[in-house]
Design a protein around this ligand. Structure first.
Ligand code: HEM
Length: 166
């Protein structure tokens, strides 16, 4: 019983929206890397080739050969722009329904592509390492960053389990 209560609190804590201070820290860090689209996707592919292998345009290709291509820039920009869109809406309680809709859609179309939670966690660790080494970083920024990803991933994982978040 005690365990269930702890679990329930953990779930509530994870779903709590970001405070405006956390949103400011997150935006400040993201602003420093949000135009590094190609480098971010290359860092993800380089750390986790199994992610690269899920992209029909890039499977089986040498990262050094594709990194400078227009197709790579296009994909990188799509992914990073999505993250920018969600981060721009963070800290604004009125925007929560919009965030939910956007992230439910992302979760659903990645479920349809057969992407696993493990791969999402790989993506998380690669992009977090990138941010920590290319933006001004500290415990407070890391806490805001992780809080944001916990919230977004709760929605994505729920979709991967077949339950869009209402
Ligand atoms: C939070 C993490 C992620 C974000 C924000 C993200 C974002 C996106 C976006 C915006 C698109 C293009 C539009 C769309 O169809 O939705 C896309 C496509 C795609 N994503 Fe992700 N993605 C993430 C994680 C992953 C992971 C972990 C994988 C694979 C292991 C993956 C594989 C793909 C594939 C295969 C496509 C289709 C590419 C194509 O059109 O050829 N994504 N992603």
């Amino acid at each position: 019983m005690k365990f269930l209560i702890v679990l329930a609190f953990a779930a509530v804590a994870a779903a709590a929206p970001l405070s405006s201070e956390e949103a400011d820290l997150l935006k400040h860090a993201w602003d420093q890397i949000k135009h590094h689209e190609v480098d971010i996707l290359a860092a993800v592919f380089s750390a986790h080739p199994d992610i690269q292998a899920r992209f029909p345009a890039f499977v089986g290709k040498d990262l050094n050969d594709i990194k400078g291509s227009a197709a790579f820039a296009l994909h990188a920009t799509r992914i990073v722009s999505f993250i920018s869109e969600v981060i721009n809406l963070s800290g604004n309680h009125a925007a929560l329904p919009a965030v939910k809709t956007l992230v439910n859609q992302l979760g659903q179309n990645h479920k349809n592509r057969g992407i696993s939670k493990e791969q999402f966690n790989e993506f998380r660790s690669a992009i977090t390492n990138y941010a920590a080494s290319h933006a001004t970083w500290g415990d407070n920024v890391a806490a805001a960053w992780n809080h944001a990803i916990d919230n977004v991933y709760a929605i994505i994982f729920s979709n991967l389990d077949g339950h869009p978040v209402a």
